[in-house]
Design a protein around this ligand. Structure first.
Ligand code: HEC
Ligand code: HEC
Length: 268
């Protein structure tokens, strides 16, 4: 009899405990601003599938946006602005009024999966100080890079301005851009080449394009516009206009020095 009672008491204690736990979880899921799926590695993968089905037509399968319809690059939003996961959750659920970004009536769990996915593809920048000699890097930059790139206001513009690039790209992304530029070609710098009706052959990067015309920067860094029907031949190239820098031309130490220089003139 006595032992039975003890069992009953502890059973009661257990069910009370689980009830409390349940209530805490419920209250938490309303009050918290943290992604409840944060620690679940499957969430980002599941979110990726939802993203490709529901969002990729506008934001691109890689979430890097589609400029022709002004759908923003979602990999950059975290590093460009101080966004919380809750902000992104709300945007996905409510949409953005006055734009084509629609509201979504998905269950909360699926929205958090999307948030997890977007977190996993976010560009985070080069957060650690790279051990390199930045003044040597400055010299290397002038010698090998500044014909095409600006940093600190000086340099060419065939390639993107690199003044703040370390705030937007990870160390491995930067190294890969230098060693294998064609693997991931930056938007607005896609290479194109064509031959005009007067047999001029032109190479450069596409700035904007529609069915009839193309605006580009040619390899002499002059902005030019062409009507497509006036072109004899138009080719979208796979090879970046940036040369590949192998270890034989830039050692790993050189690359560290260059990145350290780029980091030293980062403004935020
Ligand atoms: C019909 C096209 C379209 C679809 C589909 C779409 N979006 Fe958007 N989205 C946009 C546009 C356009 C904007 C920019 C709106 C503005 O700021 O004016 C935007 C903005 C956003 C933003 C805010 C970005 C920022 O910088 O604050 C997030 C987050 C976002 N979309 C996520 C999603 C997700 C996740 C999905 C799929 C569930 C999705 N979108 C589906 C067009 C779309
Ligand atoms: C002949 C012109 C040219 C030279 C020289 C050149 N680049 Fe580039 N670079 C480009 C172009 C064009 C792009 C954009 C296309 C692409 O991503 O490949 C680019 C892209 C990059 C990117 C990627 C930027 C981004 O938004 O992710 C980095 C980083 C970069 N270059 C670094 C360098 C460094 C460092 C050097 C010198 C060692 C260098 N480049 C020399 C033309 C050049």
């Amino acid at each position: 009899m006595k032992s039975n009672r003890t069992i009953n008491n502890s059973q009661l204690a257990i069910s009370l405990n689980s009830l409390l736990l349940l209530m805490l979880l419920v209250v938490n899921s309303y009050a918290q601003t943290l992604n409840p799926l944060e620690t679940d590695p499957r969430a980002a993968r599941a979110g990726g599938s939802i993203f490709r089905a529901q969002c990729a037509t506008c934001h691109g399968a890689d979430a890097k946006g589609i400029s022709t319809i002004d759908a923003p690059d979602l990999t950059m939003m975290w590093s460009q602005r101080q966004l919380s996961e809750e902000d992104v959750f709300q945007t996905i659920r409510d949409g953005i009024s006055g734009s084509i970004m629609p509201p979504h009536s998905f269950p909360d769990t699926e929205i958090w999966m999307l948030v997890s996915f977007l977190r996993s593809v976010a560009e985070v920048g080069t957060s650690n100080e790279v051990a390199g000699d930045s003044s040597r890097g400055a010299q290397l930059f002038t010698r090998y890079c500044s014909d095409c790139h600006r940093a600190n206001g000086n340099g060419g513009s065939l390639g993107p301005d690199l003044s703040n690039i370390t705030a937007r790209r990870s160390l491995s992304a930067l190294i890969s851009s230098i060693r294998n530029p064609s693997v991931n070609i930056t938007r607005l710098y896609k290479p194109v080449s064509f031959i005009t009706m007067d047999n001029e052959s032109v190479q450069g990067t596409i700035k904007s394009e529609d069915a009839f015309s193309i605006q580009m920067m040619d390899s002499n860094q002059v902005l030019r516009g062409f009507t497509k029907s006036n072109l004899r031949e138009l080719r979208y190239e796979q090879q970046s206009l940036m040369p590949t820098f192998a270890e034989s031309s830039l050692s790993n130490t050189d690359v560290d020095d260059l990145i350290s220089y780029l980091q030293s003139n980062r403004s935020r």
